[in-house]
Design a protein around this ligand. Structure first.
Ligand code: B3K
Ligand code: ZN
Length: 884
């Protein structure tokens, strides 16, 4: 395979206007007849037509009904001497869905047929111009055995159905909206459905359906509610209405990622659609809500306006993540619940995207080249892409952003567009805005990789009552980009006095103060902002709400951070202050003795938050949760995962002990919530109760005091919802309590038929804090468990990603056993499912920063994988970049 470059984009040689597809579905051999109308692109007269195809058998090619000569080379069907006017092209192929373990194209899962076409799956179904800028209308005929596959679905509207000879039946679907091939979908399976009719603001009636396996119908209510809320939200917020009579969601248990926005027929990983209180946790409920919304929002941002080429992926993904984040914040309601959601999103960004931007896979939000596009469905394209949209939103304001979206659709509805065109539309709708004035510089966010560093230095002049804030920015080199130009960074900020007042912000030279919160725009390498009429030396509260995806290098001392934690009007920065205080202590320990000593001041401050009469439980839970080991590692030049683990575990234990009575209080105040409801307030209460219980159980288990361990087991048994039951189980497992094994066994027996719960059972054990090698040994043993399989991505991830990505201390072992295990699994899975293998391969992204002996051992494991000659492009790309 060859490297594909953004610069090399050219229009296709032909346009495909209509597609008439017919499927004779058989797991062993499915016949696909594809009749297209094709038009030569006048920009490229006489060019041959090269259609993509992969793992399919070609049986016939007809042009305007006549056989023609053709050749197949490099997985392309090449046709020359074609008519110079529009013509009909018919292609017959067969494929073997039951052998398709890659889960890309047409495959079987639990006996049904499902498809996944983004990014390059459609070519595994038929020969096609499999690129997003070729948009056609589709008519699809499905034929299959009536008993085994009673439900036959495809995009758009059902126009005909009926019986056929030999126990078969058929259905014909027509999608009126032209779409790229990656949005095609079909489902043929034995499923049941929940459905609901809704009337939208425009007065149109729509049929909403959620298809699942028979036992899962009682887990579809939340997804349906989320879908209805998403439809209403998009109409209300952006004036975007559902454009189809029917909107379907189908759940499938074998799926490579979260879900897929196929036009009118979203296909979902069961994990992101099924939820009821007995089997799903609050986190699952939240994920279902946001993924249902995300896929629904794609109907406009992705489907109505799609991407010109795959380098523009963030055009739809960054924007749609931003929209689903906005939606979830609106659903959460109160300002405090909104802040909690923002903190969670930033935590994800820092956990996944910052490390990516600092490693061998660093790439711009709009990448410049790729070997396997599936490797670029990354945290950078998604989450950092969403931050770019958020910054535009900040720079033009809420109303300005809506006007920008309106203009974007006026200009590009029905088109395949670019990131540039999106930014241009937002700027053009807001002439005179900070964005419009600096659009070219702003767009560096799309082209430059790396996480910028912002340094802030403040000086107070008591005599002139002035405060000068000097902001500078730098950005580390990334692969292929040794130096960077300055970014346009919105710095939302305020000034907090030592007595806790949030001060009026009056910038020098401006007639009026700006209130207690403002946005400074840092667009040069260095800028100075002077505030006047400042009554006393303030503590700067910068990057409020995390107003840009940067690292703020603060010079603030502990006292200043304690002030912010206590008094900042911005909840995000209150949380951030606590994180910084904890991080500072952890880093000090890792760099020196390896042992943390939590000081009284820190404990007192945390206690004040925990016992605070006004703060929400959800917010308290976030403040009281220590930064992850991965986040600590991000701040070190040389990473010793064992030292980080030891320091963090010690600190956790000390906080468990020092705040013992406070944890008891918190648990007792929040443990009883009556009936289950997935609203933000009760979710926060459950989260805090579970954190407290975890601390109490840890403290008890460590001191061999059976009281709280016993109570935890009792809670585990008595719980009436999965959040509480799993929280108690996690408390036992994570504290290595003796009762943990008994509880695990009971849990498995109780939920053995609930695949998603069994996934949790695996990952809980795989993510337990490592202790004397026991966790790693258990993971190896679990590989042999009868419920374990590498073929179902959810199950494979529940054990392997949990170990290799989320449990550094179990994975990075001095004897290199973790790396050997990793290399074996990457190679093994690559033979089954390259997309899954390449995700696992990324666990080694950061090997260069590891301390010895880890570093050399990791390199050896990488080289062993690299030496395999038959690796997929997906894994090859990751390993090559890591070793470069
Ligand atoms: N667009 C899909 C992701 C497809 C991934 C292909 N490897 C889901 C989403 O972002 O909504
Ligand atoms: Zn998406």
């Amino acid at each position: 395979a060859t490297l594909i470059r953004r610069e090399d984009y050219t229009q296709p040689s032909h346009w495909i206007r209509t597609v008439d597809l017919s499927f004779d579905l058989d797991p062993a051999k499915t016949l696909v007849i594809n009749k297209m109308t094709v038009e030569p692109n006048p920009e490229q007269p006489g060019a041959p037509l090269r259609l993509d195809g992969e793992d399919i058998n070609l049986t016939r090619v007809l042009v305007d009904g006549e056989p023609v000569s053709f050749r197949v080379e490099n997985q392309q069907l090449v046709l020359e001497n074609l008519p110079s006017q529009a013509f009909g092209l018919e292609i017959r192929t067969t494929c073997a869905p039951e052998k398709n373990t890659q889960l890309s194209g047409l495959y079987t899962s639990s006996g049904g047929f499902f498809t996944q076409c983004e990014a390059l799956g459609f070519r595994r179904i038929t020969y096609f111009l499999d690129r997003p800028d070729v948009m056609a209308t589709y008519k699809v005929t499905l034929k299959a055995d009536k008993v085994r596959f009673p439900v036959l679905l495809s995009n758009g509207n059902l126009v005909e159905e009926g019986s056929l000879d030999g126990g078969k039946h058929y259905a014909v679907w027509e999608d009126p909206h032209p779409k790229p091939s990656y949005l095609f979908a079909l489902v043929a399976a034995n499923l049941v459905r929940r459905e609901q009719r809704v009337r939208t603001r425009l007065g149109h009636e729509h049929l909403l359906q959620i298809y699942v396996r028979a036992g899962d119908l009682d887990k579809t209510e939340h997804a349906m509610n989320s879908l209805i809320a998403s439809i209403a939200w998009d109409e209300h917020t952006y004036g975007l209405s559902l454009d189809l009579e029917r909107f379907m969601i189908v759940a499938v248990s074998d799926f490579n990622m979260g879900a897929m926005e196929n036009k009118g027929l979203n296909i979902f990983n069961t994990k992101f659609v099924l939820a009821n209180p007995a089997t799903a946790t609050d986190v699952d409920f939240g994920n279902v809500e946001s993924v249902v919304a995300h896929e629904y929002f794609h109907n406009w941002t992705g489907n109505r306006v799609t991407c010109r080429d795959w380098f523009q992926l963030s055009l739809k993904e960054g924007l749609t993540v931003f929209r689903d984040q906005q939606f979830s914040q609106d659903m959460a309601g109160s300002p405090s619940a909104r802040a909690v959601k923002r903190i969670e999103d930033v935590r994800t960004l820092r956990q996944l995207q910052f490390p990516e931007d600092a490693g061998p896979m660093a790439h711009p939000v709009r990448p410049d080249s790729y070997l396997a596009i599936d490797n670029f469905y990354t945290a950078t394209v998604y989450e950092k892409g969403a931050e770019l949209v958020r910054m535009m939103h900040t720079l033009v304001g809420e109303q300005g952003f809506r006007a920008g979206m309106k203009l974007y659709f006026e200009r590009h509805d029905g088109q395949a567009a670019t990131c540039d065109q999106f930014a241009q539309a937002i700027a053009d709708a807001n002439p005179g805005s900070e964005l419009a004035q600096r659009l070219d510089a702003f767009k560096r966010w799309y082209s430059q990789a790396g996480t910028p560093r912002v340094q802030a230095h403040g000086e107070y002049n008591a005599e002139h009552r002035q405060y000068t804030l000097r902001l500078t920015q730098t950005c580390p080199a990334t692969p292929g980009q040794p130096s960077k130009q300055p970014f346009v960074i919105p710095v939302a900020m305020g000034l907090v006095a030592a007595d806790g007042r949030n001060l009026e912000l009056h910038l020098e030279g401006e007639a009026l103060p700006r209130g207690k919160n403002t946005v400074l725009v840092l667009s040069e390498a260095e800028q100075v902002f002077t505030f006047v009429h400042v009554p006393a030396e303030p503590v700067p509260s910068l990057m409020r709400g995390f107003s840009a995806p940067v690292v703020l290098e603060t010079e603030l001392g502990d006292d200043a951070l304690f002030t912010l934690l206590q008094h900042d009007h911005d909840p995000f920065n209150r949380w951030e202050a606590a994180q910084k205080l904890a991080l500072r202590r952890l880093l000090r320990a890792v760099r020196t003795t390896g042992q943390t000593e939590v000081d009284e001041h820190f404990v007192v401050a945390l206690r004040a938050v925990l016992r605070h009469p006004e703060l929400d439980a959800a917010f308290k839970e976030l403040v009281l949760t220590l930064p992850s080991e991965g986040y600590v590692a991000e701040h070190l030049e040389v990473v010793d995962p064992q030292r980080i683990h030891a320091a963090r575990e010690t600190m956790k234990l000390q906080l468990a002990h020092a705040l013992h009575d406070d944890w008891v209080w918190a648990y007792e105040q929040h443990a009883d919530n009556g009936g289950y409801s997935p609203d933000a307030t009760s979710m926060g209460r459950r989260a805090l109760a579970n954190l407290a219980l975890g601390m109490l159980c840890l403290d008890g288990a460590t001191r061999h005091n059976p009281v709280w361990v016993g109570r935890t087991l009792q809670r585990f048994k008595d719980a009436t919802n999965m959040t509480d039951r799993f929280g108690a189980l996690a408390a036992l497992v994570n504290s290595h309590a003796e009762l943990a094994d008994q509880a695990l066994e009971r849990f498995h027996a109780q939920y053995k038929d609930e695949a998603l719960v069994i996934d949790k059972w695996f990952s809980l054990q795989a993510m337990a804090p490592e202790k004397d090698g026991q966790v790693f040994a258990r993971i190896k043993a679990l590989m042999q468990h009868p419920d374990f399989t590498l073929r179902t991505p959810n199950r494979a991830r529940s054990l392997l990603m949990a170990l290799c990505q989320s449990n550094p201390a179990a994975f990075h072992r001095a004897d290199a056993a973790g790396y050997v295990f990793w290399a074996d699994r990457v190679i093994e899975i690559d033979g089954i499912n390259p997309q899954l293998a390449s995700r696992l391969a990324r666990a080694m992204d950061h090997w260069r920063r590891l301390a010895e002996p880890y570093r050399s051992a990791a390199q050896e494991a990488l080289k062993r994988v690299a030496a395999k000659t038959d690796l997929s492009d997906d894994v090859r790309e990751i390993i090559t970049r890591a070793l470069q």
